[in-house]
Design a protein around this ligand. Structure first.
Ligand code: MN
Length: 726
């Protein structure tokens, strides 16, 4: 078991002479807090935070991080609160402990992509506040993986899967290669135990066989350096098992075909300067033939996690392919230890002076160091690449990270922030530039949404949004709006019926509120519900009015039934009496839910009648529509045209002519001269020299149509012009 002195010794190796009191105090508290607790392994619980702290010293982290490592399970497993930790150890350590505790609440099952996204979101948010939260979490996970054999089988699988999918790639992206490799191999062992065992045996066998060859290559390379006056080291290293396994999978090979994977052993040359790296590469290529397409220069184009190195594959002794990496000492450290090593190298240790640095500042540092890395996008892209290829990361103007699926638009973004922002969004700015609302967001975009109190969601939005949240919120909005419209329609319909008894809607509402018995008959709970039922033709307004009138002792004052009036008395003139923004008006009711019937396609100016459909508002028909006779007369309602400025309506015309040359052209130009669009046209001629034309045209209203028809009649040979239904 790791002892306190082992931890303190390790700290002294990279922070010589520092005062480690805070770590000692954290140890004392952890020992007290976990007293009597036992791990599944049978060891005292304290062994876990101790190992975690030791791993953190191997990552050469600062004292607050190591103290936080010792205390990382204390809040969850015992009685101490974050506030107490803050009081005893300061806010900084409390923040890290708190962050690690919150990360534990990540959903366990990693099967669902949404849950994965949630996990990653938490991790990124954790990183954006203090990277050290993640470093402690990685150390915690590493020790838990090392002791995974004590967990129940189903838990092992789950933890190993999560480690392989999230934590190992994360360690890789942070450049902490040794943790990444260990996490991968441990996960591999538990997820695919058979393959792991066989591959381990096979790889070890081959490494043994290759020992002599490896030594030969190493000595040739050493000689090469010496001959050219370059001081450096040559290493032969065995690739970690999981990377070999992945390679087999990549080339669709079985473990028996392992011999086809040539790079079980990689060679690494470590020199002092960048210039020596390139010179060494030149000497290696002069000695052994390089394999085309296998050379990679990560020195001039570093990976986003700061990794730098030259990679090449050559035909070595006995014409065997060998992989060689060439890099400086510093690059080697970065490759193994990641970001922490950078500070370590420049400043001696991962300094606590940076105790308040934020993730984005760290990104900025990264960018400063690597000119090629022009945008945080690149880091984020590489960060999530292995994890979730289908997601993008964008920022709010305040710098908060929002995770969205690929293809997400500013509308999705707006709904992710807040439903009301979504409902009211009018304009979007990406990186300070105005973009259309259906713009496809990219990782790294900073998105600003402008809202307006007058904005409403549009049905077109449903065609562009990709998040379920936006889609459901938009639909919800329309549902609510429709419901409101139906409630209003119900009120108007009832009002009309009540007036026949010289009663008003207000009286009805007042009386009903005093005595809801009238609603009881219909099993309706509230007045709004009643209006809604009337508006959607589930309850008859006439009937309700009658029941109510009987209760109040009224008799119908006007025996004329509205149904009888309809076909005769609806007049187009009414249209212009009541200016309204609505195309269809039901006596005073505004903003009603309606649609123009598809069977007869009325246009403004046509004589029309409304029919209350079940739940879809009013369907507006022409009074000469033959379908009317099949409809339930109880549900007819008087409607009139409101204003209908710029819209156009389709009309189907049937024209009979005496056939002659140029007729189609003449009719077409008569229509065009009337400022109408032709959508479609059909021509048929008969042996008796008659021509039959069918035109589908767009008109503004009845007056417009009349004018078009009279213009068509002016064309020579036209016998008949008929407007068809539909
Ligand atoms: Mn733990």
């Amino acid at each position: 078991m790791t002892t306190l002195s082992k931890i303190l010794d390790e700290i002294q190796s990279y922070l010589p002479g520092c005062n480690t009191r805070i770590v000692e105090k954290a140890y004392e508290w952890a020992a007290k807090l976990h007293e009597g607790q036992i791990r599944k392994s049978g060891e005292p619980y304290l062994s876990h935070p101790m190992e975690v702290a030791y791993i953190l010293t191997q990552m050469r982290l600062d004292l607050p991080t190591i103290a936080a490592g010792l205390l990382h399970d204390a809040v969850e497993d015992s009685q101490i609160s974050i506030e107490e930790i803050s009081k005893e150890f300061g806010e900084e350590i409390a923040f890290i402990v708190d962050g690690v505790t919150k990360l534990k609440k990540i959903p366990g099952s990693m099967n669902k992509i949404t849950k994965q996204a949630e996990s990653l979101r938490k991790i990124i948010l954790g990183m954006s506040k203090d990277l050290r939260v993640i470093l402690v979490k990685l150390a915690d996970r590493l020790h838990n993986m090392r002791t995974l054999q004590y967990q129940a089988e189903h838990k092992r699988q789950k933890i190993a899967k999560e480690t392989l999918e999230i934590y190992a790639p994360l360690a890789g992206r942070l450049g902490i290669d040794w943790i990444k490799c260990e996490l991968e191999d441990l996960s591999f062992k538990y997820l695919y135990p058979e393959e792991y065992k066989r591959l381990k045996v096979e790889v070890e066998k081959r490494i043994k066989e290759a020992e002599e060859y490896v030594e030969k290559v190493k000595s040739i390379l050493r000689e090469l350096l010496q001959k050219n006056n370059i001081k450096g080291k040559v290493l032969g290293r065995v690739k970690h098992l999981y990377s070999v396994y992945r390679k087999l999978q990549k080339y669709n090979l079985t473990i028996d075909e392992l011999d086809q994977v040539y790079d079980l052993i990689g060679f690494r040359i470590i020199v002092n300067t960048v210039e020596e790296c390139y010179r060494t590469l030149g000497f290696v290529h002069a000695l052994w033939t390089p394999i085309p397409g296998r050379f990679k220069d990560y020195i001039s184009l570093p990976k986003p996690n700061m990794y730098q190195s030259l990679h090449t594959t050559v035909l070595g002794p006995n014409s065997k392919k060998i992989e060689i990496q060439i890099r400086t000492e510093y690059m080697d450290k970065i490759a193994n230890e990641g970001i922490a090593a950078h500070f370590l190298y420049k400043e001696g240790f991962f300094t606590s002076k940076r105790e308040h640095y934020k993730y984005l500042e760290w990104l900025n540092k990264l960018i400063e160091l690597q000119k090629e890395l022009k945008h945080p996008r690149e880091f984020l892209e590489s960060l999530k690449l292995d994890l979730f290829p289908d997601e993008i990361y964008v920022f709010t103007p305040k710098g908060d990270v929002i995770v969205l699926p690929v293809g997400a638009t500013p509308i999705d973004f707006a709904y992710t922030i807040h439903t009301e922002i979504g409902n009211k969004c009018v304009r979007a700015f990406v990186n300070d530039k105005l973009v259309p609302l259906d713009y496809k967001l990219q990782t790294g975009d900073v998105v600003k949404i402008e809202t307006s109190p007058y904005q409403k969601p549009s049905r077109d939005w449903l065609k562009v949004v990709v998040t379920g949240r936006a889609r459901s919120r938009i639909k919800q909005w329309f549902k609510k709006e429709e419901k409101e419209k139906l409630v209003n329609l119900g009120k108007e319909l009832l009002n009309k019926e009540l007036r026949k008894y010289k009663l008003s809607l207000n009286t009805f509402i007042e009386e009903s509120e005093k005595d809801l018995a009238i609603l009881d008959n219909f099993k309706i709970k509230s007045l709004d519900e009643l209006f809604y039922q009337i508006g959607s033709a589930k309850v008859s307004a006439k009937h309700i009015a009658k029941v109510f009138a009987e209760k109040t002792g009224r008799e119908i004052s006007d025996k004329e039934e509205i149904v009888e009036k309809i076909p005769k008395e609806v007049s187009a003139e009414k249209v212009f009496l009541e200016p309204s923004k609505d195309i269809i008006v039901v006596e005073g009711a505004k903003d009603i839910l309606f649609h123009l019937a598809q069977c007869c396609k009325p246009i403004p100016g046509d004589e029309i009648v409304g029919y209350i459909t079940r739940g879809k508002g009013i369907s507006v028909h022409r009074t000469d529509c033959p379908n009317l006779k099949d409809l339930d007369s109880e549900r007819f309602v008087e409607v009139s045209w409101g204003s209908y400025d710029s819209k156009t309506y389709p009309v189907h015309l049937y024209i009979i002519c005496l056939d002659r040359k140029g007729l189609l052209a003449n009719i077409s130009s008569a229509i065009a001269a009337s400022e109408s669009n032709i959508l479609k046209a059909h021509v048929k001629t008969t042996s008796d020299k008659k021509a039959f034309f069918e035109f589908y045209i767009e008109v503004n209203n009845k007056t417009h149509l009349d004018k078009i028809i009279s213009n068509i009649f002016k064309v020579e040979g036209v016998l008949k012009v008929e407007r068809k239904l539909g």
